[in-house]
Structures are given as C-alpha cells and as structure tokens.
Design a protein around this ligand. Structure first.
Ligand code: LMR
Length: 328
C-alpha cells in the first residue's frame, strides 16, 4: 500500500514538473478604442512584435483595437478586475481616478507637440505618471497623438459660430467647461458612438486629432474642420499595479524594454500620421479645412482660457505653471 502511495506521488511529481516546463504563457490583453492606422494602433502592434521577439512563447500580447473588447468607460474598471492588462486611454479619461491629469485638457495650454513632450519629460510630468498609484493603477509612459481640431456641420470661425451647437466630448469636466465657455452644449459620449451621432446629426460637432477624424471617417459626415489646435489628445499607458508588479522578475524588464521601444516608435510617428491624415482629408474633398486668422484664433483663446482658473485648485497651480513653462 505504502509502495503504491509513493509511486502515485512520484507520478504526480513528474506530471507537475512536466506542467511547469510547458507553463502557459502570460497573456497581456491590450485594449484600445482607435483604429490600427493611428499612433496608438501602431504602437500597440509594435509592442506585440517586440514582446514576441524578446520573450517568444513566454508572453502572449493580444491587441484589441476599435473598442472591440472594452470602450473608454469600462477599460480601467476591467483592468482593476484583472480582465485586461494594458490600455492607453486618452489623458482626458482619468478624471474618476485623479484630478491632476486634467491639466492636459486645459484649452490653449501647449503651443505645440514639442512643448507637450518637454512637459511630459519634466519632473512634474514624470510625477504625474504616479498620480493613479493609490487607485491601484501604474502609469508606464506617455504616448502622443496630437493637437485637436474642431469639426462641425457648419463652418466655425469665431466662438459665436459654436453657440447653441452640440459637441461630443470625452469624459472630462474641463472639456465640458471649455464648450460651456463658448455657449455650446457639451455631451460626454464614448468614442465608439461618435460617428453615428455625427452621421445622424444627433450632434453638430466634435473635437479630435486629424488622425482620429480620418481613421474614424468623421470627415465624411462633417463638412467643416476648423484647424484650431486648441487642445491635446495624448495617452497614458497603464496597467494594474498588481499585474505589473506580479510579473516574474526575469520577464518584467523585457516587457518594460519592449514598451519603452514601442512608445518611442509611437511618439516618433504621431506627428507624421496626423499630417498624412490631414492630407488625406484634403484629398478626399469631403471636408473643408478652415484656417483661422490670428485675430479669429485669439477670440477662441480669450473665450476658452478662463476655464484655467475654474480648475486651478483641483489640478494645482504648480502643475499648471509647470505646463506653461514647457512652452518656453
Ligand atoms: C476620444 O475619445 O476622442 C479619444 O480619446 C480616442 C482616442 O483614444 O484617441
């Protein structure tokens, strides 16, 4: 009997060892809402390729674009439940988790993407990556998309042109205040619903980068795009602290290296992707791009900038000052 028992445990031991040798790969589900031909879509694919190159069968990256797995509003909750491991929501979509990141939504804050880059690399920008820590989320890096333009069913040249019109916004109170400041009506809606809302004329307009306006075909149902460059769509790549810190010691550095390389790649193509999207929109002849005169643009600045004061306490004046300083 004893002999039988020890043989059984020996067999079990051998089976366990064999199981360990062919351990299941670690799966990283990367969920995002945009198309593949965008800076974020391309960065996600690059990350998948690099992880495969560095870790082979040990780690399996599954990329889910176009809100296939989760929309903007569910992805972070899903992450905290362990259902998704990586996401790169727009910086406008973290309001439930921290007030500080709202700085990125202040209208007319950054003069260009070089200023955004300087701010993200500054001590304050790096510190903001830790602003989700007490919610169990870890900020792994910033990814660029670009500056936002205003698209609409009618031409928008001065703020009064937008009065009374309905604009889809991301889930951000700063963006709501920005549209209220010009007497427009902001509506918080998921990215995946924007096209149909525009197409059915349930809303009049929206704000986004050329890359998103092109890849989501908004330009096909919005005859006018005002090149306002009034705000930013950039991303923070996040994971749950428990997943990320729980990665095996021999795996995490390689995944981190892959992510760093993929982010550098995404950031290097973002400007060009947006320029190409703009050109493709022009070539389509479906939407007219309106260039503002300096005087017209100044009217938008004056109308929207009071929003800064409204949110200074929540965001922190020091954070706003650091962002402004990045313009110099
Ligand atoms: C939006 O909702 O308009 C954007 O945040 C989508 C994105 O991820 O670029």
């Amino acid at each position: 009997m004893l002999k039988f028992a020890s043989l059984t445990s020996l067999a079990a031991g051998i089976m366990m060892a064999a199981g360990a040798a062919v351990a299941d790969p670690i799966t990283i589900k990367f969920s995002h809402v945009v198309a593949e031909n965008t800076p974020k879509g391309q960065m996600a694919i690059k990350f998948q390729e690099l992880v495969e190159e560095k870790l082979g069968d040990q780690v399996d990256v599954e990329v889910y674009p176009n809100s296939q797995l989760y929309g903007d509003d569910q992805v972070l909750e899903a992450m905290l439940l362990g259902d998704v491991q990586l996401a790169a929501p727009s910086l406008s979509k973290f309001q439930k988790y921290t007030d500080q990141l709202q700085v990125f939504d202040l209208p007319f804050l950054f003069e260009d993407m070089a200023a955004v880059e300087r701010f993200q690399n500054s001590a304050t920008g790096v510190q903001l990556l830790t602003s989700l820590q007490d919610k169990g989320l870890i900020g792994l890096g910033y990814l660029h998309n670009g500056l936002k333009q205003l698209s609409a069913s009618e031409p928008l040249r001065v703020p009064e042109d937008a009065a009374g019109k309905k604009f889809r916004i991301q889930t951000s109170d700063v963006l709501a205040a920005q549209f209220k400041a010009i007497d427009a009506v902001p509506l918080k809606k998921p990215f995946s619903e924007v096209f149909i809302l525009l197409q059915t004329q349930a809303i009049d307009g929206q704000e986004n980068t050329y890359s998103n306006i092109y890849s989501q075909k908004f330009f096909e149902v919005q005859p006018y795009i005002t090149e306002s460059n009034h705000g930013l769509i950039d991303y923070m790549v996040v994971s749950s602290a428990s997943f990320w810190n729980g990665l095996p010691e021999d795996v995490r550095p390689k995944v981190e290296a892959a992510l760093k390389q993929a982010l550098a790649y995404g950031n290097s193509i973002a400007l060009k992707e947006n320029q190409e999207a703009k050109q493709a929109i022009i070539d389509s002849g479906k939407s007219e791009i309106i260039t503002l005169t300096p005087e017209q643009r100044q009217q938008w600045v004056e109308a929207m900038k009071p929003v800064w004061d409204q949110f200074a306490d929540e965001i922190g004046q020091d954070v706003i000052d650091a962002a402004v300083a990045s313009n110099e």
